[in-house]
Write a protein that binds this ligand. Structure first.
Ligand code: SF4
Length: 109
């Protein structure tokens, strides 16, 4: 019986599906558009859902998210790393809170 060894394929940034795609999918319409051309909350949720589904198939999603989380809380824009800006901000806050708890526990010990 022939045996096969599975070798992980290295993830490559150049294979990311967002490369060269329409920026509006990731960041929404430009802020300076007239109000009637801005997206409604329902349109925004739908667009973000599509963007997140593209991210879900991205070979570098984990690296992308890790890189985005290195930016500050106020520097989160659009869908990146499979999460919206608000979701990444929540994650950053949660991580900071967890670090603070560990630091407090280390002080007590
Ligand atoms: S995870 Fe990052 S690199 Fe991959 S498609 Fe989404 S935004 Fe692009």
């Amino acid at each position: 019986m022939k045996r096969f060894q599975l070798t992980p394929v290295p993830a490559r940034w150049e294979d990311r599906p967002c490369e060269g795609s329409d920026l509006e999918l990731w960041f929404g319409p430009a802020d300076d558009l007239p109000g009637q051309l801005q997206e409604t909350p329902a349109e925004r949720r739908r667009r973000e859902g599509v963007a997140k589904s593209v991210c879900a198939g991205c070979p570098v999603m984990a690296q992308c998210l890790a890189q985005e989380l290195q930016h500050g809380l106020g520097d989160q824009w659009g869908v990146r790393g499979g999460l919206t800006a608000a979701e990444r901000q929540d994650l950053i806050r949660a991580r900071r809170a967890a670090v603070a708890v560990v630091a407090d526990q280390a002080e007590v010990a």
